[in-house]
Design a protein around this ligand. Sequence first.
Ligand code: GLA
Length: 399
Amino acid sequence: MLNKLLVPLIVLFSRASSRTASEKRLDNGVGRTPALGWNSWNQGGCNAASATVVLNTAKAFVDLGLKDLGYTYVNIDDCWSAKQRNSTGHLVADTSKFPKGIDGLAREVHAMGLKLGLYGDAGTQTCALYPGSYGSEQKDADTLAAWGVDYWKFDNCLTEQVYTNKGIKSQQYYPIMRDALLKTGRPILFSICQWGRDEVWTWGGKVGNSWRMSEDIQNNWASVSSIAARAATMYQYAAPGGFNDLDMMELGNGVLTEAEERAHFGLWAIMKSPIIMGTDMTKLKASTLNIIKNKGILAIHQDPLGKAATTFTPKGQPAPVSGKLYRYYAGPLSDGVVVGLVAADGAETLTVNFSDVPGLGAGSFTWTELYSGRNGTGTSVSQRLATHDMAVFKVVTHV
Ligand code: GLA
């Protein structure tokens, strides 16, 4: 009798607790700090999705010392697969682009000490009209695990017919792939790409390791600065295991000035976005390489605390304007505070009193500007900046 009562109760409680567990932030063992790597899309769209480009990138990561600095993921974007699934309904690589298959390529990339990423889509087809994972999520997750894939970017094209026109929102269908990936037992970083729909930042942490918070980045300063302006308003959702994704980098693509490249990299780093390079890594200019190899800024990006910087308003300064890049940023670190200054409108000298900075206050602090190496101790710091340039200060308590 007792058993008859207890069993349904236990079932009820265990269901409820598993539901509670699924409401927690994703803990799949990867992505505790924002991803660092490269992706084919901003480099060359469909044309850069090939084993040759991937292996050249992986070799460049090793040869340029980027691997040793933490650049890990080499990711293939759209256009890697055959146009049709095979007779058993499995995704297959386009063998003209990937002669050894994705599994063969993964073995080569792993042998170089790096990880391989791949791209798919929640709908019926990808944005470039290759097969999507709708209805085949577990089959595809199992395929990724069998191939040795480490990172899965999951796009949102062609979801209208099967989901959104029926009122099914992305917070309902993205968990299908999360659960399929978890079921494989292989730690695969899950990168949500639905362009900031359905306020993804409010629930992305339960579903993925990162979530795109905007439409696609474009190769110009207006795009870079407007994404950063928006991302600063959602800083509170970043934490170990899940981060706002400000989209892939445009450094090296010939449009941004050196100053703008510093700001692009610095803003992405202090806001804890994945930093996924999107250019030909074998053809980097010395100035770009110098920026992306900055050890101090990379340490801030990879800080285990995993909190994102946001804007602060110094006394006497106007408040941020929605959609417009602001000048003053700060965020907590496990061993200090990061302060960012951006010459958002034009060349100028910017000054910060540490007493205005959240997490600092009265007294003297020791600071280092991480791009120039300039350092000092005091109650404030100033820096002359060229148009759209950025200074990134690491500030610690003066002892
Ligand atoms: C979407 C994504 C991009 C890229 C392309 C590929 O636009 O947001 O990042 O993956 O699809 O087709």
